[in-house]
Design a protein around this ligand. Structure first.
Ligand SMILES: [Mn+2]
Length: 284
């Protein structure tokens, strides 16, 4: 991943999700840099692109958020096949399923065929989220707690910077800890993989839980493309069908240290917190 330099990177397909445009947490500049430096035949937007939920409560929009949308539309105009699969935070766009906006196709979910012939179900994943499935108010509660964590994290890092300490993502840590504790992630992954098996695909590509991963789960390949709030990650398909997760913040870590805009990796987490997090994981 460290060989990602500033020159353009060509892939067959790119999947990005959980951008949350319209919120303070969105790392729009980091995403713009990614979009400028990558090119692909297919570009999948796997949900939670614009955060309608939070924009209803608190309007937040910057020029960089416009730039992201313009950059994506420009790619579509120039021949990239852009497929938009709305998520739960941009669920209003689901009303326009199977329509096209210019050259952008909106689908509820789809199946992508890799260069090597493997078929992958592509969906956002919220319908497999137990919290949302069984109690929508709980999901809203979680959403507010998450917002608060993001706000605290910003001030926390201002203080850390003053003392010359590197950026640390409190929200990523909290979410990791809390959601692990309720077996959230593993249940989610199992449910999504079960659906892929039921549909007869070789794998599944989703977003929603902000945790980038490629993993074999009993013969089904589970892929999560991560997010652009904390990890700044994307899933890419190379020309030969090989899949890889790109962590753009890692690749741009030099410019990052200057700007302090996004978490570069979990290595920024203090050791004792890291071991706490892993001990929570080992209980499950
Ligand atoms: Mn979501």
């Amino acid at each position: 991943m460290n060989d990602l330099s500033k020159q353009q990177h060509r892939y067959r397909s790119i999947w990005i999700s959980d951008i949350h445009l319209g919120t303070r947490g969105c790392q729009a500049e980091m995403l713009l840099d990614f979009l400028k430096n990558t090119e692909s035949k297919y570009l999948y937007l796997v949900g939670d692109i614009i955060d309608g939920w939070r924009m209803k409560r608190a309007w937040y929009w910057r020029q960089a958020h416009n730039d992201v949308i313009q950059k994506i539309l420009r790619k579509a105009r120039k021949g990239t096949r852009v497929i938009y699969i709305p998520g739960n935070h941009d669920e209003n766009f689901r009303d326009f399923t199977d329509h096209r906006f210019g050259r952008v196709a909106i689908l509820y979910e789809t199946v992508h065929t890799m260069a090597d012939g493997r078929r992958f179900l592509v969906l956002h994943g919220d319908r497999f989220d137990g919290v949302i499935k069984y109690a929508k108010w709980l999901a809203f509660l979680g959403d507010n707690a998450y917002n608060a964590a993001i706000a605290v994290n910003m001030w926390f890092n201002v203080v850390r910077k003053t003392f010359g300490l590197p950026y640390w993502s409190l929200s990523a840590y909290l979410k990791h800890k809390v959601k692990n504790a309720v077996e959230y992630i593993s249940k989610f992954e199992d449910a999504v993989v079960d659906e892929a098996r039921r549909r007869g695909t070789d794998g599944v590509i989703c977003g929603h839980i902000h945790t980038a991963e490629i993993r074999d789960m009993n013969g089904i390949t589970y892929c999560n493309d991560g997010d652009w709030v904390e990890s700044c990650s994307a899933l890419v398909e190379h020309m030969d069908g090989r899949l890889e997760i790109l962590r753009w913040a890692d690749a741009q870590s030099l410019s990052l240290q200057e700007n302090d805009v996004c978490e570069s990796s979990s290595s920024a987490t203090p050791g004792f917190l890291r071991s706490m997090a892993s001990s929570v994981r080992s209980i499950l």
